[in-house]
Design a protein around this ligand. Structure first.
Ligand code: FAD
Length: 490
């Protein structure tokens, strides 16, 4: 029998007779000693952490949570669910599974109602092996990128993955299932372009090792696959020698065209002057202005570009260039201080009706002029990111939906809003998100991180990829057990 039931449940404790049945059956599965099963207790507190996520926009309580300690427990659980579901006809009494990396989704992607079991991946977070000759690291998929980085920087010489997210407390499985993008993606591609091999448990309960050469269909389906085809349990991430330091240059622009064309110039620079290109829209000024963010890694400061050289090749406002030095680690972990501050003032737990979009580079000025420039800054209430990445660094076989552009450049546009916890504030933000999403789609843009919700919108989002992904869904998760709240196939 299972070892660590955090909160024992009796029939009456479960939300209804169906989740009670699920709980009873789960309790009869022989999971490994390191796994934990969590059911609701009488006051329904045991699962409260799992009925909410970073979005704080809705609450959905699952029937139970499994914290697998070993990948074989995921195989056992999926076999149980697969067999259970294959015998029933009524959709309403099917069991569903959703993975929780670190709960940083903003809609219901990693939540389930009482017919669902959440797989909390946080215990599957070990570093399995580091190959310092071939320069890769094998990790369990529940590990946070921060833990991985701390480990590789302790090696001699210090090593590091190449591609990052702005925040490091995201799980490897979570970002590989989405995209994993930050200013380094312009040079190295997003994190889904920086994986050598994975172990995946499919929706049929099959444990499969996959790579670009081995079971490649599953490999690419899972990358950017929003948890639809399998659970990533191990990933092999390529490493490079870590630099010691980073200099972050910021500079201000008054107009969108010179801002984005300088971003593209640095992105496409054959000399690879910068290791990171990002930028943001400053909505606190009227009219809005723009800040470019460029980072150069270095060991020796003589390799850094001089301010006068940068001024001679760029179009930023004279006198606005600032350079700040930090260690490589502090640069990558730069958001943690802000997160700690927002936690301390309580707003980290406020609702986050975020919007993330891709726009083709050719239409970015039109999108900005027609939809963004006149936005209500009070309603935005958070950072607005705008930066380019190169589509030729994203394998088109992955499941990621992204626009095409003749220049091979697309822009990420993100509004990271914090709304006050009143329904009117949240719905005003959501109406604004819909307005911007509609404008972006009309200009060839796509949603990112589950911006599209209905099946029709998903078909539009994936375009010609939809047929291929539907085929893979039939192959790898024919009973539609996995991550139903992405709303793609269900
Ligand atoms: P969760 O949100 O818990 O899981 C999300 C979904 O991923 C699940 O529903 C499931 O479908 C899937 N999933 C999770 N783990 C697995 C697994 N092991 N196997 C299969 N499917 C799985 N993204 C970026 O690209 N760049 C950023 O800079 C960035 N910054 C962020 C900053 C903040 C503050 C927040 C809240 C989010 C940010 N994100 C960023 C988005 C982030 O990548 C997604 O939220 C992603 O889901 C990772 O979060 P998570 O590990 O908490 O996964």
């Amino acid at each position: 029998s299972f070892q660590h039931v955090l909160s024992e449940s009796s029939d009456s404790d479960c939300l209804n007779s169906f989740s009670s049945l699920v709980c009873k059956k789960l309790a009869n599965i022989h999971f490994s000693r390191t796994s934990s099963l969590i059911f609701n207790n009488a006051s329904f507190t045991a699962l409260s952490n799992y009925s909410d996520n970073f979005g704080h926009l809705l609450k959905l309580a699952p029937a139970a949570v499994l914290k697998p300690g070993e990948a074989k427990d995921i195989v056992k659980l999926i076999h149980f669910v697969y067999n259970f579901n294959s015998k029933i006809k009524n959709r309403k009494t099917k069991i569903y599974l959703a993975c929780r990396g670190n709960g940083h989704s903003t809609n219901d992607q990693d939540l389930l109602n009482k017919t669902g079991i959440i797989l909390d991946m946080s215990e599957l977070s070990s570093i399995l092996h580091i190959n310092t000759n071939k320069l890769w690291i094998d990790v369990e998929a529940g590990i946070l990128w921060l833990k991985l980085l701390k480990k590789t920087l302790k090696l001699n010489p210090p090593l590091s993955p190449r591609s990052w997210t702005d925040l490091l407390t995201l799980s490897v499985g979570g970002t590989l299932s989405n995209v994993g993008v930050s200013g380094q993606a312009g040079r190295f591609g997003p994190q889904i372009s920086n994986v050598l091999e994975m172990d995946v448990v499919t929706g049929r309960g099959r444990f499969i090792t996959c790579s670009p050469k081995l079971n490649s269909k599953l490999f690419y389906a899972v990358l950017g696959g929003l948890g639809q085809f399998g659970i990533i349990v191990r990933a092999r991430i390529p490493l490079r020698t870590a630099p010691l330091k980073a200099r972050t240059y910021t500079a201000v622009y008054n107009n969108i065209q010179s801002f984005t064309s300088d971003q593209k110039m640095f992105l496409n620079d054959p000399k690879k002057l910068f290791d990171y290109v990002e930028g943001s829209i400053n909505v606190s000024s009227n009219p809005f202005t723009f800040t470019i963010e460029l980072v150069k890694y270095y060991n020796n400061s003589s390799t850094l570009p001089t301010d006068s050289y940068l001024a001679s090749i760029s179009h930023f406002k004279a006198g606005s260039l600032i350079g700040v030095d930090s260690t490589y680690f502090d640069f990558l972990n730069r958001l943690q201080a802000t997160v700690d501050y927002l936690i301390s003032i309580g707003t980290w737990n406020f609702p986050h009706p975020w919007l993330n979009l891709w726009l083709p580079a050719s239409n970015i000025t039109e999108f900005y002029n027609s939809a963004v420039s006149s936005s209500n800054a009070t309603l935005i209430n958070g950072p607005v990111l705008l930066y380019p990445i190169r589509t030729n660094l994203i394998n088109s076989q992955t499941s990621l939906a992204f626009p095409s552009d003749p220049s091979n450049v697309i822009f990420l546009f993100a509004i990271l809003r914090t709304a006050s916890p009143e329904p009117t504030a949240i719905s005003a933000a959501e109406v604004d998100n819909l307005r911007l999403k509609t404008a972006a789609i009309a200009l060839g843009g796509k949603g990112l991180f589950n911006v599209a919700y209905t099946k029709t919108e998903w078909i539009q989002q994936y375009g010609s990829k939809y047929a291929r992904l539907s085929k893979y869904k039939k192959m790898y998760d024919p009973l539609h057990i996995l991550s139903p709240n992405q709303h793609i196939f269900n």
